[in-house]
Design a protein around this ligand. Structure first.
Ligand SMILES: *Cc1c(COP(=O)(O)O)cnc(C)c1O
Length: 371
């Protein structure tokens, strides 16, 4: 049995004609960067998220960098980020010219822990400028608490929704839960392009023009460079392909949740910690992540059996060499560090069959019973 971690060829085979028509439309249009196709995707994705505006950019990391550039950060400014997330979340803070302030995560959701945020910002009075709330694995962070804590400091909340397209918190979609929402459309995300792409959502009329300038060399009009920006434009081709895929996102997310429900049913009662859903949120299972102290053995066993299990992520960010300059010590982020030692990911993507999920669970049970 060979079960990959994603099956994009199957996803695209089902949409082949529509994707080809979109590519041909762009090919024939003669317009390949920004333009009508991008504007149309921006309108459609903003509407999907329930946000007023959307600005298409080159990738999810740039979305975070551009969102942070809005705040004109200085080297002594702090941006709080969870200690356990994909590296891009913290990288973006450095690229925007500020300091990441790592905050430990909630041991059950693995999202930023509001209590830890409160305790951590007490050490840097007046220097917190923003908080990046990551909706890790597709589960919205504790936005109400995080928004309140940030507001009390005069700081803004940026969502890293790169794993949470379509997820909801108290009925509202990811991307509309903070001041700015950042998305990646990397091919394996819940909504993926056929290359790199990203977007920023916001309800704030005042920010949109600045974001549009920032993504295109700070231009206000042709060769009128108002601010120092960068080239982070979205391609027409990716926008056209995303427009084909967006109408399928809800059905794909429903399928991801159904797969997660099978895992939860089939793996119940085993000595594993299964993902737990916070109240009032709709998890979209970008990844199905469980925990065991004997993670490495289990992942190896699954891989030997042809099942693509992996680890998201093997280190807490303060443990990564890239962030060593911040001077953190082992034990400072106990929940993030424990998660990095124990988490493992099982295949969870819309094209995966029920039978394959049941078989994966069988292999997990077998490993547990024979070890
Ligand atoms: C994928 C991802 C990003 C970065 O997106 P890219 O498009 O690859 O730059 C940022 N944050 C998280 C949590 C992600 O999963």
């Amino acid at each position: 049995m060979q079960i990959p971690g994603a099956d994009l060829r199957a996803q695209h085979a089902a949409l082949r004609e529509d994707l080809q028509a979109a590519m041909t439309r762009v090919l024939d249009s003669g317009s390949y960067v920004l333009g009508e196709e991008v504007a149309a995707f921006e309108r459609e994705f903003a509407a999907y998220c329930g946000s007023k505006h959307c600005v298409g950019v080159a990738n999810g990391t740039d979305a975070l960098v551009l969102a942070l550039r809005i705040f004109r950060l200085k080297p002594d400014d702090y941006v709080a980020v969870p200690a356990f997330t994909f590296a891009a979340t913290a990288e973006a803070v450095c690229l925007a010219g500020a300091r990441p302030l790592f905050v430990d995560v909630d041991p059950t959701t693995l999202n930023l822990d509001p209590a830890a945020l409160r305790a951590t910002i007490a050490h840097i009075p007046g220097r917190l400028r923003a908080v990046i709330a990551v909706h890790l694995y597709g589960q919205p962070a504790a936005m109400a608490e995080i928004n309140d804590l940030a507001a009390a400091q005069g700081a803004c909340v940026v969502e890293d929704a790169a794993q949470a397209h379509g997820a909801r918190s108290q009925g509202r979609r990811a991307g509309g839960l903070g001041r700015l929402g950042c998305f990646s459309f990397y091919p394996t995300k819940n909504l993926g392009a056929l290359g790199d792409a990203g977007a920023i959502t916001t309800d704030d009329d005042g920010l949109v023009e600045r974001l549009r300038m920032l993504r295109d060399h700070g231009q206000f009009g042709k060769y009128v460079h108002q601010i120092v920006g960068l080239n982070s434009r979205l391609d027409a081709l990716q926008a056209a392909l995303l427009r084909v895929k967006l109408p399928h996102l809800d059905a794909w997310n429903t399928r991801r949740r159904a797969i997660a429900a099978i895992y939860n049913r089939e793996l119940a009662g085993l000595p594993l910690t299964l993902p737990s859903a916070a109240p009032d949120v709709e998890h979209v299972f970008h990844l199905f992540v469980a925990r065991t102290r004997e993670r490495d053995g289990l992942v190896e066993h699954l891989n030997r059996r042809g099942i693509a299990s992996s680890v998201h992520y093997p280190k807490a960010l303060p443990e990564q060499h890239a962030f060593a300059y911040l001077g953190h010590q082992p034990g400072e982020f106990p929940h993030a560090e424990a998660a990095a030692r124990e988490v493992f990911t099982l295949p969870c993507y819309p094209e995966l069959s029920d039978a394959a999920v049941v078989e994966i669970c069988q292999v997990v049970r077998e490993w547990i019973s024979t070890r």
